[in-house]
Write a protein that binds this ligand. Structure first.
Ligand SMILES: [Zn+2]
Length: 359
């Protein structure tokens, strides 16, 4: 009998953590940027400390300063926009609305590496950074077109800004750069023919093709059915309609919401069939939208279940989604978010020991 070989199952968060309630209230009251700055700084410092206290081997800044949300932080305050853009409908009836581009050129107002600068000052472990996908931002270009600024020019500018953002994050040492692609599953709901999804995949691949295989090993893609006020936008879309296309994306890592799927075996079979040899899948083992606090044993069992379908060299664990992708979401407390993250970290370690032959 040989000695058991220690194995590693990487575990990573998605990104967002609920902001402190006093910060949310001060933002809602329209407090000045100068007054808010120290509160943001405190929120980031506290988030990273509490993240590290969970034992999480990789942390984020909790997107404390991604005002107002995961999708539009990089164009927030852009003068050539109007508020009446694409609307995301959620299952409980509420909506979120993006801004609409009114004229060219399209430019980011900030790149996500500015968040990394702050996070890495406080962190003692690797920090990952989430960025928004080109496909999500492509929804800002209006259907009726903009005079003197064609859709082709817009796409060129968009891809260039997105590439710049990822390169800046990689250069600053982000453990991973995760491209948030929550609109992938939504695309199938909006257009069941699959054409919109295919156009999103093509656009995102134009961006990913600009990176080397080495760089793509540090780039990932997150998919989920949406998460806002404990509500989803596309949970009724079968993953069978999304995942075969998703794994066509030229990324090395995939972060897939899984724990709330009614039939995880069905999803895992699809992942097994379409996951490529140079890709790793991080399966969601925690449900941010569910108030139930998962136990480490539940997480362990979900990771073990996934390992029956996916080889251990290609497996990791994650949360189904960020805990508050929109900055004003108070449906989950910070205490609950960190307790759930700790359960993921401990539960994944339990699975690791079992699979590695340790008891
Ligand atoms: Zn998500």
């Amino acid at each position: 009998m040989g000695k058991p070989t220690p194995i590693t199952i990487p575990t990573e968060p998605i990104g967002s953590i609920p902001r402190p309630v006093d910060l949310i209230a001060r933002v809602a009251n329209g407090d000045s940027e100068a007054n808010l700055a120290p509160l943001y700084e405190d929120a980031i410092r506290d988030t990273i400390q509490r993240f590290e206290d969970t034992g999480s081997p990789v942390v984020t800044d909790g997107e404390q300063r991604k005002y107002h949300n995961f999708a539009t932080y990089c164009v927030h305050g852009l003068p050539n926009t109007a508020p009446d853009g694409f609307t995301i409908p959620f299952s409980d009836g509420h909506t979120r609305r993006m801004s609409r581009l009114t004229r060219g050129p399209f430019r980011y107002t900030r790149y996500a590496d500015s968040y990394l600068d702050v996070a890495m000052r406080y962190a003692h472990v690797p920090v990952k950074q989430a960025v928004i996908s080109p496909s999500a931002l492509s929804l800002m270009y209006p259907a009726e077109k903009i005079r003197d600024y064609s859709r082709e020019q817009f796409i060129d500018d968009l891809l260039s800004e997105h590439e710049t953002e990822i390169r800046r994050c990689l250069k600053k040492g982000a453990h991973k750069v995760q491209v948030d692609f929550t609109e992938g599953r939504l695309a199938v709901k909006i257009d069941p023919s699959g054409q919109l999804l295919n156009s999103f995949i093509d656009l995102n691949n134009l961006a990913l093709s600009r990176f080397s295989p080495d760089e793509r090993r540090r780039i990932g893609v997150h998919t989920c059915p949406g998460n806002d006020f404990d509500s989803t936008h596309s949970a009724d879309v079968d993953y069978a309609e999304l995942l075969p296309s998703l794994f066509e994306l030229k990324a090395g890592n995939f972060y897939i919401a899984l724990s709330t799927e009614p039939d995880r075996g069905h999803v895992l079979k699809i992942i097994r069939k379409y996951l490529k040899p140079d890709q790793r899948v991080f399966v969601g083992a925690i449900a941010p939208s569910n108030p139930h606090l998962e136990t480490p044993e539940e997480v362990r069992d979900r990771v073990l279940e996934a390992s029956e379908y996916i080889s251990i060299e290609q497996l990791g664990s994650t949360d189904d989604c960020g805990f508050s992708p929109f900055s004003d979401n108070t449906s989950t407390t910070r205490d609950t978010a960190f307790a759930k993250i700790e359960a993921r970290v401990v539960g994944t370690a339990l699975a690791e020991k079992l699979i590695g032959g340790y008891q």
